[in-house]
Design a protein around this ligand. Sequence first.
Ligand code: ADP
Ligand code: MG
Length: 426
Amino acid sequence: SYRKGGYHAVRVGDQFAGGRYIAQGKLGWGQFSTVWLAYDTQSSNYVALKIQKSASQFAQAALHEIEVLSSIANGDPSNSKCVVRLIDHFKHAGPNGHHHCMVLEFLGDSLLRLIRHSRYKGLELNKVREICKCILIGLDYLHRELCLIHNDLKPENILLYSTIDPAKDPIRSGLTPILQRPEGSLNGGSTMNIIEKKLKRRAKRAVAKISERRASMGGATEKPKKCLDGVDVRCKVVDFGNACWADKQFAEEIQTRQYRAPEVILRSGYSFSVDMWSFACTAFELATGDMMFAPKGGQGFSEDEDHLALMMELLGKMPRKIAVGGARSKDFFDRYGDLKRIRRLKFWPLDRLLVDKYKFSENEAREFAEFLCPLLDFIPEKRPTAQQCLQHPWLNLRTSAQIEMKKGDIEKLHVGMSNLQLKVGK
Ligand code: ADP
Ligand code: MG
């Protein structure tokens, strides 16, 4: 992909936007872009530099993403709505063409890596609650204030961030900027070689430190689940490459397969509530470590049909009106609203699944299912909005362990109080 029209090759120390940004190390990549940690010499901050492939379809997609990100930034001057912030954008000329570049605030590992490092066992429910709150604040902002549908919500597109600012606290964050290109000059004078070697070592160290820092934010660590102990988990929604305004939809097939809402499969039209469906799938995955739906095509049935069958096995039969109401309904359902090719469904309701397979207590399973099930209503209009969901009592529940601790604290407080009263002499 590093050819004409493709990715732009970057080396540590490369400069962008007339020298304002200096590449420090690679953070990640997607289908359309590579993302680099860069040092912003103007603001003395670290930023994420998303460099798009150069071919015209990628350039167009970048312009759309920049438009969406700009309206997100304009509507949230205090940067408190749990959505990634666009800082700057520009075009960069390279050997493979002209690349649109987006300068974004620097965030940490994705929730997908967090799930991986729980060894796919899922996170503690209190962490899931904190993460869910952040996502819902982001969705409520996008939906209600901007009329934007994200269209690709999933653990990979939600990034953690720490409140330690690496520019202000480089020692704790483990980052120091590299301001020169390590493999600089080609003439091999002896002093030059030493400087180059030093710079190379420094670049290596810096990249190692980035991974270390990312690990402390929930990434590669030997002790899963403990990595976030005592840390206030915060995260932000990213990747607006597929987002659209509700009244200007351009794609029929949206969302990543496993997080796709039934109305998208059936081609019944969609709105904000597709994000709520994906949100519920994401919350389930955070809590259990497993995808809620992982459909596969088989003998005599397609991946879409398997997906619809899995949905019904977990959530009950789809109302006939919904099943037969989409432009593609006839591909899957007969006129009674039964699947044509998958005739026998094995129903396993969500609360039972949580107890039987994931060993939730009866209470935890009931409470979590009561939170998730309305979001997975087959009738899209019945799903709660992000705003309504934020009011759900499940988000403010505490696990019994914490309640026990609170009780202990109160007892200690009582002892302290009586000691105090003794001292005062009353
Ligand atoms: P694409 O649209 O090509 O999928 P994304 O916006 O999803 O690109 O970014 C690709 C990857 O780059 C992400 O999965 C993540 O690992 C990393 N990344 C993106 N934005 C940031 C950011 N602001 N801070 C840190 N890493 C980021
Ligand atoms: Mg992505």
